[in-house]
Design a protein around this ligand. Structure first.
Ligand code: ATP
Length: 466
């Protein structure tokens, strides 16, 4: 009798599995850890690559989206122009009792008070003071806070800064600015014309006040961003299309539809024309996965102003220059990984045995199949199994080998890391039953069911996981 699968109950369970099986390790662990950083283990590297490749492929399905890989460190002027130097901050408040550094807006949210992103430090302090009596430190439970100060999120570095007076440099706070400053370069290649998009994947750094919730809020993280440059009269339609496309993307990836929703932004930043988030229901509640924003002409206008370079485009029909408007779709690789892992996690019972299974979409799975000989001590089985593996590795390199323990144990290990297929080579494969020669057993991760397939049929299954 099979039981109903139980979904993930807590973030701790997932964090433990990720460490145990080599998806994700805490950063600098042997030195006591380094907040806001995580390292990808062998399976994490493969999972990340699959997710990034899928995103890139979805961008490549549009003929007018260019790819870019811009520098992490740029001229400091980029961040002055973008407004990050003056306005990219989070409100910090210290608990005087336990010295925890906390986000004042998150403390207010906990008592259902919304702090507007546009608020000045003075306004935030006034709001905080008005609710001080209700606010409790989530770490020690005391009610003793200091003043609220706005902390800039940009991370400083000294790359290329040799003397006092050299301009300040930053690690990029988002990948988007690299796209804006290369807009003209991409346009001038002659292969693209407005409307067109630029997509890039890369690391970003933010001095988050309280990094938390595993991969959700890190200090070093990775973004997949696409900026779409459109004439003003097409921008609203484009915004609606990107919203639909991005939501459909997650559903096609197999993410539970009931755990995905749009959240419209009520308080827009001064330049934004419209904005919404795609949210996922993580084990700790709903949170932003991807931001889809209609940013008007702000970004290119700012860079034109600060750089003095003409970033306008010529409209042949109207015989006039214009600054394109920008619609962006921006998602974190880390939050995508967290969602994909949390959504795939189930505990169930198969043939009377309890197991943990990651029901990844096969295209996401780090290992596509595991090949094993029925018996480890039969050289003819081992040799045939190695031949089968070598054959399948030509289709996709992530074909694992496992001949440890009994077959049941091998299956459990692969279930726990989300391998869609386990392939067993037995005496029938060698021709013991002549009509079954060169066929293998393929076991399905989700149902545990087994079928006898020819190698060509198995190859087709593996091709479907790419
Ligand atoms: P939040 O409100 O959760 O801090 P944000 O609105 O500041 O996020 P954006 O600046 O819009 O985020 O960044 C785009 C995407 O980058 C986010 O939707 C998220 O997936 C990812 N991201 C942003 N900050 C972090 C972080 N500290 N750790 C991991 N991913 C992040």
């Amino acid at each position: 009798m099979e039981t109903t699968p139980t979904p993930l109950a807590s973030l701790e369970t997932l964090t433990a599995l990720c460490k145990r099986r080599g998806f994700i390790f805490p950063g600098s662990e042997i030195y006591g850890g380094f907040a806001g950083t995580y390292d990808l283990g062998p399976l994490g590297v493969a999972l990340r690559k699959n997710l990034v490749d899928l995103w890139i492929r979805s961008m490549q399905s549009h003929d007018n989206i260019a790819q870019l890989d811009s520098s992490i460190v740029t001229s400091g002027k980029v961040w002055e122009a973008s407004g990050h130097v003056s306005g990219f901050s989070d409100p910090l408040v210290m608990c005087k009792a336990c010295h925890s550094k906390l986000r004042a807006d998150h403390l207010l949210e906990a008592v259902h008070v919304a702090a507007d992103e546009k608020m000045s430090e003075g306004e935030l302090n006034a709001l905080f003071d008005a609710h001080r009596a209700e606010l409790v430190c989530p770490v020690c439970g005391k009610k003793d806070f200091g003043q609220v100060t706005a902390k800039n999120l940009l991370a400083l570095t000294n790359l290329g800064m040799f003397e006092e007076g050299d301009a300040q440099v930053y690690l990029r706070g988002e990948t988007a600015q690299g796209i804006f400053i290369n807009f003209k370069n991409v346009l001038d290649t002659g292969f693209y014309s407005v409307p067109f998009g630029i997509a890039q994947v890369g690391k970003a750094f933010r001095n988050e006040i309280s990094p938390r919730q595993f991969l959700f809020r890190k200090r070093e993280f990775e973004q997949m961003e696409m900026q779409y440059f459109v004439p003003e009269n097409e921008a609203r339609a484009s915004f609606a299309e990107w919203k639909d496309e991005r939501m459909a993307y997650y559903k096609a990836l197999g993410i539970s539809a009931s755990k995905l929703r749009f959240k419209q932004h009520e308080n827009l930043v001064f330049y934004a024309k419209d904005a919404c988030d795609i949210e996922y229901e993580y084990p700790f509640g709903w949170g932003e996965l991807e931001g889809i924003h209609y940013r008007g002409e702000y970004d290119l206008t700012q860079h034109q102003k600060f750089s003095g370079v003409d970033l306008r485009v010529y409209d042949e029909e109207r015989k006039e220059h214009f600054i394109p408007h920008v619609v962006e779709a921006s998602v974190g690789v880390d939050r995508t990984m967290l969602m994909v892992l949390a959504d795939a996690y189930y505990e169930d019972e198969l043939n009377g045995e309890k197991r943990v299974v990651l029901r990844f979409n096969p295209k996401v799975a780090p290992i596509k199949a595991m090949v094993s000989p029925l018996l480890k001590n039969k050289p003819e089985l081992v040799q045939k199994a190695q031949e089968v593996r070598a054959f399948l590795k030509k289709i996709h390199p992530a074909i694992a080998w496992d001949d440890n323990g009994n077959i049941g144990k091998r299956y459990r290990r692969q279930d726990e890391i989300g391998t869609p297929y386990c392939i067993t080579i037995d005496f029938d494969t060698l021709g013991e039953t002549p009509e079954l020669k060169d066929t293998v057993t393929l076991r399905d991760r989700d149902t545990g069911s087994q079928e006898r397939l020819t190698l060509a049929e198995v190859a087709e299954k593996i091709s479907g996981t790419i």
